[in-house]
Design a protein around this ligand. Structure first.
Ligand code: M6R
Length: 610
């Protein structure tokens, strides 16, 4: 996730900005850059950029005379275009220089218009388009009005820090769906994506709201709305220390990332749904549109949590796109003799894009002539580069070893892929529209579930004494049982078994007694009655049962020991909701057992060895 810092005041901006970027490093990035309005020449902005660490940028900056008290800086987590100096921020167009965090959905359309007006672009980014738009508007308007005129044309999410070499004493910052905080110091103002880059200068902050624009000079600041009305915002005191600031007040990155899911899903969907037409648009697959039409079989290869996402995808793709789909552990697939023909698409799902087994498997599939596709979070990663085409999750970096937001964003992409492939085949316009309409509601539904955090924490405390747990689900929620069990294992080091609920009576039910609680995922779906029979069988053997079910399923109150409710949605989208209480349960279970949930023993975030 990109990080922004901006400074205007009395001190050397370079030092403040580089230090700020260092404090934002935890967010993950692949390149960094800084722009300073030169104190002597005033009308000149100096820019330095580097691929890799902030330390590399700091070293490069040492060699340049960057003397000034106004500047902006950025760490880039690539979304549009590979990590490179050209794509790194700040981006300039004439007098305008800016940094951007977020995604401009309509950048291609705007870029085409600007190219016709003779603008020359030097990067592949969506962000550079914003700089050119403001520059274009500045031809007829003053700086502030030009920014406003530009904002009216942008679709998407953005936090922006903008400077203008013609007005060197001014810094404009904007927030719309991407975070931005203003630090109010003594004769100095600092903007940053989160307070960790501000806290060493001042604890007085304003969390900007969507649609707010700040115009700052060294002598003061004004907060305005999108309609240019002045808004009076109260300054609030930060009570956090440095480490808490990075976690934005959450006790652990895992909890922060669970709560970030509504945002991560919205980012995965942004600009990719044409609800009115019932269509999904995945720009990364455009080059293979014709090949996708010819696909007769899909093989999904992945590991761990990404494998569980693939299993949900199998149900979706078969039921709604009508394409036979298999899911394989990458570590197994690479040693098989894969039977592939030119109508087979092999899809690698990977958060890191660097998992050795997944990479080896996708290379093997490619050698055998399959069309290879990637669903990857890390832009520019090896799997993203080695596949024929692919889709990025845009979930931002996931720091906690346990995958949470990457899982639900992978599911979101699989929903879009199902609609895309389905609509190329038999799926009706009405069905496409229905799926996308419901999908759009998922972030709000997750917010509702997250509000039950306290209740789930209590449940985790109640069950923390158990050393074995069963997770059961059917159909779309069978993979969620696997994922719930995986989360408990890795966070709590407790034995947990994920099972297909219908398989219980074929053996595992022998394990059930009062010391083995079961967590059963039983939303009101097409297999609800069957799952309920399973619950009865467990209760009859004195097994304790926690049920995840749809809101208003009263009859379960009589048989379950504990119930967690989720909102109603389409059956195929249920996994996006049912997994959230399981993530929270695993998190609180691990914390209750006194463990380091962000860095569980023996595990690495990215498994780059076989
Ligand atoms: O980066 P990937 O998605 O390829 O990683 C695959 C697994 O190692 C990963 O999903 C792992 O199972 C999770 N971090 C567990 O929470």
């Amino acid at each position: 996730m990109c990080g922004i810092v901006g400074y205007i005041g009395k001190n050397n901006a370079k030092d403040v900005l580089i230090e700020g970027l260092k404090r934002l490093e935890y967010r993950g990035y692949d390149s960094a850059g800084i722009a300073i309005v030169n104190d002597q020449t005033k009308k000149k902005v100096s820019i330095v950029k580097a691929v890799g660490k902030v330390a590399a940028l700091a070293e490069k900056s040492q060699k340049r005379a960057l003397n000034g008290s106004v500047g902006i800086a950025h760490t880039r987590w690539a979304t549009h275009g590979k990590p490179s100096v050209a794509n790194a921020h700040p981006h300039s167009a004439g007098r305008i220089t800016l940094v951007h965090n977020g995604i401009i959905e309509n950048y291609q359309e705007l870029k085409n218009i600007l190219i016709k007006k003779k603008h020359i672009f030097t990067s592949e980014t969506d962000s550079e388009v914003v700089a050119h738009l403001i520059e274009q508007e500045c031809k007829k308007k003053n700086f502030e009005d030009a920014v406003y005129a530009t904002l009216k044309q942008l679709k998407g999410a953005y936090a922006l820090g903008i400077i203008n070499s013609d007005e060197p004493g001014k810094l404009i910052a904007v927030r719309n769906s991407s975070p931005l905080v203003l630090g109010v110091g003594d004769g100095e103002y600092i903007f940053a994506s989160d307070p960790s880059a501000i806290i060493q200068h001042t604890k007085d902050v304003i969390y900007l709201e969507d649609g707010e624009v700040v115009i700052a000079t060294a002598s003061g600041y004004t907060v305005k709305t999108l309609t240019q009305k002045i808004r009076h915002r109260n300054v609030q005191k930060l009570e956090w220390n440095d480490e808490q600031a990075q976690k934005e007040g959450y006790a652990h990155f895992m909890l922060k990332e669970i709560f970030e899911q509504p945002h991560a899903i919205a980012d995965a969907l942004r600009g990719r749904m044409e609800i009115g037409e019932g269509l999904a648009r995945l720009g990364g697959l455009r080059s293979v549109t014709d090949e996708l039409r010819e696909i007769e079989r899909i093989i999904i290869i992945s590991c761990g949590t990404s494998y569980n996402a693939g299993l949900v995808g199998e149900y979706m793709l078969e039921e709604y796109a009508g394409i036979p789909t298999e899911v394989e552990y990458a570590s197994e697939y690479r040693y098989r003799k894969p039977l592939i023909d030119k109508h087979t698409a092999v899809i690698a799902i990977s958060q890191s894009g660097e998992t050795a087994d997944t990479l080896a498997a996708i290379r093997e599939a490619k050698r055998k002539g399959a069309l290879t596709l990637g669903i990857v979070n890390a832009v520019g990663s090896t799997i993203a580069r080695d596949t024929d085409a692919g889709v990025y999750n845009h979930a931002g970096p996931e720091i906690s070893v346990a995958s949470t937001k990457s899982f639900t964003s992978q599911l979101s992409i699989l929903v879009l892929l199902t609609v895309l492939l389905g609509r190329q085949r038999d799926m009706s316009f009405t069905m496409g529209k229905r799926i996308l309409t419901e999908m759009k509601r998922i972030p709000r539904h997750i917010d509702t579930i997250a509000k039950q955090d306290k209740k789930i924490k209590k449940l985790a405390q109640k069950y923390k004494k158990y050393d074995d747990l069963f997770y059961l689900g059917r159909k779309y929620n069978y993979p969620i049982a696997l994922e719930g069990a995986l989360k408990i294992k890795e966070i709590s080091y407790v034995h947990a078994e994920g099972y297909a609920a219908g398989e219980m009576k074929h053996g595992p039910i022998a394990l059930i007694d009062k010391d083995l609680p079961s967590i059963i995922i039983a939303p009101k779906d097409s297999v609800y009655e069957k799952t309920v029979s399973g619950i009865e069988e467990i209760r009859a053997r004195r097994g304790k049962v926690i049920v995840i079910t749809t809101k208003g399923t009263k009859e379960l109150e009589k048989i379950a020991n504990d119930i967690i409710e989720i909102p109603k949605t389409l059956e195929m989208l249920m996994p996006l909701l049912t997994v959230v209480p399981l993530q929270l349960f695993a998190y609180h279970f691990g914390v209750a057992r006194g463990l380091d949930v962000d860095q569980p023993r023996n595990l690495a975030k990215s498994v780059t060895v076989e």
